[in-house]
Write a new protein. Structure first.
Length: 140
């Protein structure tokens, strides 16, 4: 299994956990047997989710990626990518604002440079996520 598959599975676990939480909250006043079953399943999913997050965190800190001329941990590259995404969102808000007094073309050029950087880093992260093999024994 590769890291990207674990990331996908983690997202799916989060959805299942949310659905079960909602069910437990609504069913807890009506059916004790169904609620007990749901709680047991929820606890099991939470344990599996925790294990996935620990594994992802460990791998992200151990693997290095090339970002420009720098070598960074995958974890730090993800932080940088998220920060760039926040900057892009902020510049998009300025571009779309009716009250912006800045030179929109300059703002768009700044945003476009960030988009290029975002694409390059995202591509490297995704490449690593689909390349990194995770030993099934580690996953438990």
């Amino acid at each position: 299994m590769v890291l990207a598959e674990i990331l996908i599975e983690t997202k799916n676990l989060e959805k299942r956990i949310d659905q079960l939480m909602n069910y437990v909250n609504s069913a807890s006043s009506s059916s004790s047997d169904a609620t007990d079953r749901a709680i047991k399943k929820l606890l099991s999913l939470l344990d599996k989710h925790r294990s996935h997050l620990i594994l992802i965190n460990r791998v992200n800190n151990e693997v290095t990626v090339s970002v420009g001329d720098s070598q960074l941990s995958l974890a730090n590259a993800i932080i940088i990518l998220n920060t760039i995404n926040e900057k892009i969102s902020m510049l998009d808000s300025l571009i779309e604002s009716d009250n912006c007094v800045l030179d929109i073309v300059d703002v768009m050029e700044q945003r476009d440079k960030l988009l290029d950087e975002y694409t390059a880093i995202s591509k490297e992260i995704q490449y690593q996520e689909w390349r990194i093999e995770i030993d099934k024994e580690i996953m438990g």
